[in-house]
Design a protein around this ligand. Structure first.
Ligand SMILES: [Zn+2]
Length: 571
């Protein structure tokens, strides 16, 4: 007698082999049979006409804080994610000296736009060392498996104190101490080490993430502590590109570990991604694993009146008079013709360069719509609309922001949309050296909600795309299951094969539908975050237990901390 049989579905097993109809039998949390006809079970799910796939393995999230208070890690769990890897981009909360808590919160708040008040109220700080952090995460039973990487920012500040936090150069002793802490973290079960090398990532006080300017000795010194089984993850400005690729290759060659870096198309050098993919191919030929981490859609800034910023937020009247008001009051005031005239005539004072950039880029600012359209045609842009209507683009944006009682969101595809369509994304996704990531689940709460990327791979890439070629379902599934699990050494999951962990999604592909993202205020201290609902996940299974059914949590919490294989006996 099996524990669970998912009967008669279309199995897309995460290996890339063609879809086939058959049963999936589960016993003791593992897959007992995949395909054919399975015997009786204590529980059955009728999957006729439904897609049966492995649970998604999302390797790029920032749930490091949320994981300490929330067993559900929404919105990722709503979207069929059964394993998340956190601790990306050099930021996280361990190791942490007691007097560094507020500083680590400020680092996360600045880099990832997670409300500091929510982190301060939510995190209980039951740890100092990284192994203690893992133990603390392990104590909670969850609806999802979680795995962690040890972040450079926290390690550097822990070892070097203010010198580290202020990005002073590390001495050989500092490097040795950091390497020792990273080795200890990997031994305890961290899946990897992460760092940030981009000036876009700054703490709340404006300082770049500790480690941003780390030299080769520091990167290699830490890299050597990783061994062949961990992953080295980074976000980099990739300038100069050749030197960055060179040290990544060196780290991978010396240690055997994969080095994965965020690879996205930017507007200023829209062909760079091709050179980066080429660089990864060259490195592979020489035996190194330099892995471009690519996204399933643009990094989508969602600009609304409740967002971190929007096209009017840098206007003096908005900032000084309107911003402090509750949304309803703000909307009322903005509907006043006199105030509208005044606001629109003001010269904005941009605090961050991004504000000025958006103000000059109305050709890539779009109404997102419901259902959301992430690959809009050029004629849908605010600029095109303004030209048609003989109005200023900012006026058009102003009126759109007031729709749905001020809840409307404008879509600004910051990266991966330089040419106004998804062809570059498709090429990146299908590149043999690339791995899918960058959903940033749990992060950028006030401005981005790309945690739904796993769903989008099916709705847009497999089913709906009309502006270019689609991706076969077998490939789309493998991209976020077999492939992502392999890069992180999670060999016990990611495919529907006998013996593998029974993490499964049962999906009504025809009914799969992304809702428009919305701003809610449910973090600790009523912190805000963008979330996105979805219809069409009929069941999500973790370790053989049904955790979500038709979008509702069942209450089952089979999810655990996943420790890396570097630890003896680890899972
Ligand atoms: Zn990140």
């Amino acid at each position: 007698m099996h524990d669970l049989v998912i009967r008669g579905g279309t199995l897309v097993d995460g290996t890339g082999t063609p879809a086939r109809t058959g049963d999936l039998a589960i016993e003791a949390g593992r897959i007992a049979q995949a395909g054919g006809r399975a015997g009786a079970a204590r529980r059955e799910i009728d999957a006729e006409g439904l897609l049966v796939a492995p649970g998604w393995v999302d390797i790029h999230t920032h749930y490091d804080g949320q994981v300490t208070w929330d067993p559900y890690l929404t919105p990722s769990t709503w979207h069929g994610v059964t394993t998340v890897v956190m601790g990306n981009c050099g930021v996280g909360f361990a190791p942490a000296l007691p007097d560094r808590h507020q500083w680590l919160i400020g680092l996360m708040e600045g880099v990832e736009d997670i409300p500091g008040t929510a982190l301060a109220e939510g995190i209980r700080w039951e740890w100092e060392s990284f192994p203690e952090y893992l133990d603390s995460v392990e104590r909670m039973r969850r609806a999802i498996d979680v795995a962690a990487q040890v972040p450079h920012g926290a390690v550097r500040a822990y070892v070097m104190g203010e010198r580290g936090a202020r990005n002073e150069k590390a001495t050989p002793d500092d490097v040795d101490s950091m390497a020792r802490i990273v080795r200890e973290a990997i031994a305890a079960g961290a899946l990897g080490f992460s760092t940030s090398r981009t000036l876009l990532h700054r703490a709340i006080d404006g300082e770049p993430v500790p480690g941003t300017f780390a030299g080769e000795e520091e990167l290699l010194g830490i890299g050597r502590a990783l061994g062949a089984r961990a992953v080295f993850e980074l976000a980099s400005d990739l300038a100069p590109e050749g030197a960055e690729l060179a040290w990544m290759e060196k780290v991978s060659t010396e240690t055997g570990c994969p080095v994965t870096f965020a690879c996205l198309q930017n507007d200023f050098d829209p062909e760079q991604w091709r050179r980066l993919l080429h660089g990864a191919e060259q490195a592979a030929r020489r035996g190194a694993r330099v892995v471009p981490q690519v996204a399933g859609r643009p990094t989508g800034l969602l600009l609304g009146l409740s967002s971190t910023f929007h096209p009017l937020s840098d206007h003096p009247t908005y900032r000084n008079e309107l911003a402090p008001l509750p949304l309803a009051e703000r909307v009322k005031r903005m509907r006043d013709p006199e105030l509208r005239r005044r606001l629109l005539s003001e010269t904005p004072q941009h605090l961050a360069p991004i504000g000025g950039y958006i103000a000059q880029s109305f050709h890539k600012l779009f109404p997102l719509g419901d259902p959301p359209d992430y690959e809009p045609a050029p004629e849908q842009s605010i600029r095109a609309r303004a030209e048609r209507e003989g109005r200023a683009p900012l006026e058009v944006a102003y009126d759109l922001l007031l729709e749905r009682d001020g809840r409307e969101l404008l879509y600004f595809p910051l990266l991966n949309y330089a040419q106004g369509d998804f062809e570059p994304i498709r090429e990146m996704l299908l590149h043999p050296q690339a791995v899918l990531g960058l959903s940033d689940g749990g992060a950028h709460c006030g401005i981005i909600c790309d945690a739904s990327m796993p769903t989008f791979l099916l709705t847009h890439w497999v089913r709906d795309r009309s502006r270019g070629a689609r991706i076969p379902v077998e490939q789309a599934v493998r991209l976020q299951t077999g492939n992502t699990a392999t890069v992180y050494g999670l060999s016990d999951r990611g495919t529907l094969e006998p013996g593998k962990k029974a993490d499964v999604n049962v999906i009504d592909l025809d009914a799969l539908r992304l809702h428009a993202p919305e701003m809610i205020f449910d973090l600790p201290a009523r912190g805000r975050r963008l979330v996105q609902r979805v219809d069409g996940y009929r069941a999500t299974v973790v370790s053989g237990e049904v955790t979500f059914e038709d979008g509702e949590a069942t209450g089952a919490r089979p999810g655990r901390l996943v420790r890396g294989r570097a630890q003896a006996g680890g899972g």
